[in-house]
Design a protein around this ligand. Structure first.
Ligand code: SIN
Ligand code: CO
Length: 379
């Protein structure tokens, strides 16, 4: 498998660096030509559907401010020449040709990748020294940026600051990245990028749900089910010893009841895959889907069904005794593992479900806006 890892093979990178230590890859992309520029990014940041931030300030003055998009384009003419950075999330979803860049990182399982965030910084532009909870590949796309990093640092953040900026930061290593160079950082390595001239850094970021995210999602998922998972029972109850106390045995049994509900059946695997197949900002609780059956999926595909693309949809699948259960934006399809694999290999995530005979444009638009992948026979 070829990957933009310089002299490192994928195995060497994963064994030595991934989640372990920073890694600088000079000329990861030879003659890198960015498919969009600062003006394109500013245009995106003016759009309603786009998540963007404008950070101003410098480390010397600790005068950080942050504004959130959508912006009026007049903002950009008032920014001046120095000390600002415009950051836009999910750019590959807004501009489909960038999916090809994401495909370069397919040595990481697709459900572990999140988005392409692009920052355009004026000279001196920076978001301050900070840490992230995610692995990130920082690809220098235009201009030069100095990156300083430290694996040991004091975690205190600046007070009364709208950004998470470390109070103190002593770099252990630093490099100037030129276009095509890439710096990989595992989570929790402090880093500070400062633009030496106007330019862009493209961050290919990973997705790592927290236990709390998963539990919240699982609770919502289970709440749609009629199966309560049994009730607490205590046929061996003894007289209460101390008023109000929940004793150790009661706590053990309650915990057991809860864990058994989580553990039972294959439901949890389906929950996990459905959860990861949704866009990270899809916060609406989603009920467990009714999987579309393998034979219906095959029949639809044989009848010329098309997969329409909605880049917010993420495709992922799990192995089941019958084959694969494929998830797309929280919807489920049963199919063969080979079909699941083929569908997931597409450059652009294909979209969802709903086998509609004669979908109207209105129905399609509504489904797509909901982040669904659309499998139709005549779209
Ligand atoms: C930036 O592009 O300036 C910030 C990216 C990061 O630090 O994660
Ligand atoms: Co960062």
């Amino acid at each position: 498998m070829s990957a933009p890892l310089g002299n490192l093979s994928v195995e060497q990178f994963l064994n030595r660096c991934w989640q372990k230590e920073p890694c600088l890859i000079r000329r990861a992309f030879d003659d890198f030509e960015p498919l969009l520029d600062g003006n394109d990014l500013a245009g995106l940041a003016c759009e309603e559907m786009v998540e963007s931030r404008l950070v101003r300030g410098s480390m010397e003055k600790s005068d950080w401010t942050v504004g959130y998009g959508p912006f009026d384009d007049s903002v950009f003419s008032s920014l001046g020449e120095e000390n600002w950075t415009l950051l836009v999330q999910d750019v590959e979803k807004h501009y489909a040709p960038l999916q090809a860049l994401m495909a370069e990182f397919s040595f990481i399982p697709n459900w572990r990748l999140d988005d392409l965030m692009i920052s355009f910084a004026a000279t001196g532009g920076s978001v301050g020294p900070h840490t992230d909870q995610y692995d990130v590949f920082l690809l220098q796309a235009e201009g030069r940026r100095r990156w300083q990093i430290a694996s040991s640092f004091e975690p205190e953040l600046l007070r009364d600051c709208p950004l998470n900026v470390l109070q103190r930061f002593t770099p252990e290593q630093e490099w100037v990245l030129e276009p095509g160079d890439m710096l990989y950082l595992p989570p929790n390595v402090a880093h500070h990028g400062i633009a030496l001239e106007p330019g862009m850094t493209w961050s290919i970021g990973s997705r790592a749900p927290s236990g709390a995210d998963l539990l919240q999602g699982l609770g919502e998922w289970l709440s749609f089910s009629a199966d309560e998972g049994g009730r607490y029972s205590d046929p061996d109850l003894r007289p209460a010893k101390r008023a109000g106390e929940m004793d150790a045995e009661a706590l053990r049994k309650l915990r057991q009841l809860m864990l058994a509900r989580i553990d039972e059946s294959d439901n949890v695997d389906s929950f996990l895959a459905a959860f990861m197949s949704r866009f990270r900002l899809a916060h609406e609780p989603a009920p467990p889907p009714k999987p579309i059956r393998s034979k219906d999926l095959h029949a639809a595909i044989q009848n010329g069904a098309q997969l329409l693309c909605n880049p917010w949809t993420r495709l992922t699948w799990i192995n089941t005794p019958q084959g694969a259960r494929l998830f797309a934006a929280g919807q489920a399809f049963d199919c063969s593992t080979s079909l699941a694999e083929i569908l997931c290999q597409r450059d652009q995530p294909a979209i969802e479900v709903a086998m509609l005979d004669k979908p109207t444009l209105d129905t399609l638009t509504k489904l797509i806006n909901k982040g669904h992948m659309l499998l139709t026979s005549d779209a």
